[in-house]
Design a protein around this ligand. Structure first.
Ligand SMILES: *Cc1c(COP(=O)(O)O)cnc(C)c1O
Length: 509
C-alpha cells in the first residue's frame, strides 16, 4: 500500500521517536510505501536548525528520508498550492496523493482535510488497514506506476543531468547504457536504438539481408519479427512452434532451408529462450546469420548463455511493458563482432561516416539520451523484478494445482531456465474467450498474445501461406491467455485471479 505521511505525522515522530512505531516499522519493512513531500523535508529541517537537541532530531529526519520516498514538489504545484482555498500544506498533500494515485494521506488532523475529497486516515486507522490489507477486487495486466516508489528517485537523478546538459542525442549516457547492457547480457558490444522493432530491422540491414533472401522465423510472435524481415525486401519463411514452449520448433527448421536462406530469427517468447543448440549447429553448418528476437527475454538464458548473446545479433526492446521498460520507446542490439558493432553505429545514423558522407543508406535509429537515462537507472532493479515475476509464476502454479485445475489450466513449463515471465501465458483449450470474459467481469485484465498468427495476416497474403499451414501456432492462438504477472502483483491478487478461474470452471455448463 502507498500512503502520504503528512507533515504533522513526521513532526510528531521527530518530537518523540518512540511514537508511531508500528507505522515506521512497516515503512522500514517495505509493507508500506510511505511518501513525504520534498517541501515537508525542507520545512522540517529549517525547524530543526533552531531547535535544541537538534542532533537527535536530525538523525530522526535522516532515518525518515531513508525509509520513505520523496515526492518532488514542482513549481506549478507550489503556485497552485498558494492559490488554493485550503491551507497550502493540505493542497500540496492532496495534489501529491492524486498524482501518485496513493491509497491515502496519514495525518493527526483529519478534519483539516474535510472537503478535500482525499482518503484520509489517522495513524491507527492506517496501521489497522495495513494489518487487514486492502480488499482485493481487481487485477490489472500491468501496473507501470507500481514500481515508482522504488525507482523514481534514481530515475529523476539520472534524467536531470541530461535535461540540464541540453545534449539529447546519443552522448555519454547512451554509451554508458550500452556498456551496462552488454555486460548484463554477457555480450561484447551493444548499440542503443530507437525501439525493439528497429533493433530487428537494423540487424538485418547490417547483415546485408535484402530482396531474394529468405529468413526463417516463427509465425507465433509479435508482428515486428516478420514485419522487419519484409521491410528489408526479404521473405519470412515460417516454421511451426513447439506446443509446450510456444517457441520455434528447431527440429523443423532444416526441412525449410533453401539455397536462398540467409538467416534464422528465433524469438524467445514470453521470456523463455528458444531451444538454441540445434538451431545454432544448423546456422554454423550452413553459414547462416542468427538474429535473436530477445525483446521479451532480457535476463533469460539457455544452457547458461544469456539470451541475445548466442547469435550474431541480439535484439532487445525497452517498450514499457517489457521487463526493462523505458518511459517511451527504445531498444538495443547486442553483438559479438567489432565489425557488426561498427556497422550498426553507422546505420543507426543514416549510414553517415564521416558526418554528411554516406556509403550506405541507414536510418534514424538512435536511442534518446533521456530514455537511456531512465533505463540506466532501472537496470539495477531488473534482477529483483525478474525474481518477483518468477515468484508470482510459482505461486500461480501452486494455487492452480491446489485448486485441482491442472487438467483445465496448463501453466507454462520452464523447459529452458531461467524463464523470466515477461508474460504468464496459460492454455485453457476452447474455453479461452469465455474465461476471458468471466475474468473481465471480476475486473481481472488479461490479454491474448497473439490472436492471429503472422502467416494469416492480411498484409502477408502475397506470401501465399494458408490456414492450417502451422497447426501448433494456430492452436496456441486460439487457446492461450496471458494473466497478470508483473513484479508488484500481490499474493492476494494472485489468489483472487486463481479463484476467478476456479469459479469459471465450476460453473454448471
Ligand atoms: C515488443 C516486441 C518487439 C518490438 O519491440 P518495440 O520496442 O515495441 O518496437 C519485437 N518482437 C517481440 C517478440 C516483441 O515482444
Amino acid at each position: 500500500m502507498q500512503f502520504l505521511l503528512h507533515i504533522d505525522v513526521l513532526a510528531a515522530r521527530l518530537r518523540a521517536p518512540e511514537t508511531l512505531d508500528d507505522l515506521w516499522a512497516n515503512c522500514i519493512a517495505g509493507n508500506l510505501n510511505g511518501w513525504i513531500l520534498s517541501s515537508t523535508v525542507s520545512s522540517l529541517s529549517e525547524r530543526l536548525s533552531t531547535a535544541p537537541k537538534s542532533e537527535s532530531l536530525r538523525a530522526g529526519l535522516k532515518q525518515a528520508i531513508e525509509c520513505l520516498s520523496i515526492f518532488p514538489v514542482t513549481a506549478k504545484e507550489l503556485r497552485d498550492g498558494l492559490e488554493a482555498p485550503e491551507r497550502m500544506d493540505i493542497a500540496l498533500a492532496v495534489s501529491c496523493a492524486k498524482a501518485l494515485n496513493l491509497d491515502g494521506i496519514v495525518t493527526l488532523d483529519p478534519t483539516a482535510f474535510k472537503n478535500s475529497g482525499a482518503t484520509v486516515l489517522e495513524p491507527k486507522q492506517a496501521e489497522a488497514l495495513l494489518k487487514t490489507g486492502k480488499p482485493v477486487d481487481s487485477a490489472p495486466l500491468l501496473d507501470v506506476g507500481a514500481s515508482y516508489p522504488k525507482i523514481m528517485e534514481a530515475v529523476e537523478a539520472s534524467m536531470a543531468p541530461v535535461v540540464r546538459s541540453g545534449k539529447f542525442i546519443l552522448g555519454s549516457i547512451v554509451e554508458e547504457l550500452e556498456e551496462a547492457v552488454a555486460r548484463y547480457c554477457e555480450s561484447k558490444y551493444a548499440v542503443g536504438v530507437s525501439s525493439g522493432t528497429d533493433a530487428l530491422l537494423i540487424s538485418l540491414m547490417a547483415a546485408g539481408i535484402g530482396p531474394g533472401d529468405e529468413v526463417i522465423t516463427t509465425p507465433y510472435t509479435f508482428f515486428a519479427t516478420a514485419g522487419s524481415i519484409v521491410r528489408t525486401g526479404a521473405r519470412p519463411v515460417f516454421v511451426d512452434i513447439d506446443p509446450v514452449t510456444f517457441n520455434i520448433d528447431s527440429a523443423k527448421i532444416e526441412e525449410k532451408l533453401t539455397a536462398n536462406t540467409r538467416a534464422i530469427m528465433p524469438v524467445h517468447l514470453y521470456g523463455q529462450s528458444a531451444e538454441m543448440a540445434l538451431l545454432l549447429d544448423l546456422a554454423r553448418a550452413k553459414n547462416l546469420i542468427v538474429v535473436e528476437d530477445a525483446a521479451q527475454a532480457i535476463g533469460s538464458a539457455y544452457n547458461g548463455k544469456k539470451a541475445g548473446g548466442m547469435g550474431d545479433f541480439g535484439c532487445f526492446s525497452f517498450f514499457p511493458t517489457k521487463n526493462l521498460g523505458g518511459f517511451g520507446d527504445g531498444g538495443m542490439v547486442t553483438v559479438q563482432s567489432e565489425e557488426n558493432w561498427d556497422r550498426l553505429k553507422v546505420l543507426r545514423n543514416h549510414g553517415s561516416q564521416p558526418k554528411y558522407f554516406h556509403k550506405t543508406v541507414g536510418g534514424n535509429f538512435r536511442l534518446d539520451a533521456l530514455q537511456a537515462a531512465v533505463i540506466q537507472a532501472k537496470l539495477p532493479f531488473l534482477d529483483g523484478w525478474i525474481e518477483n515475476r518468477r515468484r508470482n509464476a510459482a505461486l500461480y502454479k501452486k494455487l492452480f494445482h491446489e485448486a485441482g485445475l491442472n487438467d483445465r489450466v496448463q501453466t507454462p513449463d520452464e523447459i529452458v531456465a531461467p524463464h523470466t515471465y515477461n508474460q504468464f501465458v496459460v492454455r485453457v483449450g476452447g474455453h479461452r474467450d469465455a474465461l476471458r470474459k468471466h475474468l473481465a467481469e471480476r475486473r481481472i485484465s488479461t490479454e491474448i498474445y497473439y490472436p492471429l498468427c503472422l502467416h494469416m495476416q492480411e498484409c502477408f497474403s502475397e506470401l501465399g501461406y494458408q490456414e492450417g499451414g502451422f497447426p501448433e501456432a494456430e492452436k496456441a492462438a486460439k487457446e492461450t491467455l496471458a494473466l497478470p504477472v508483473y513484479p508488484e502483483l500481490t499474493e492476494r491478487q494472485i489468489e483472487y485471479i486463481v479463484d476467478g478461474v476456479r469459479q469459471f470452471f465450476e460453473k454448471p455448463a
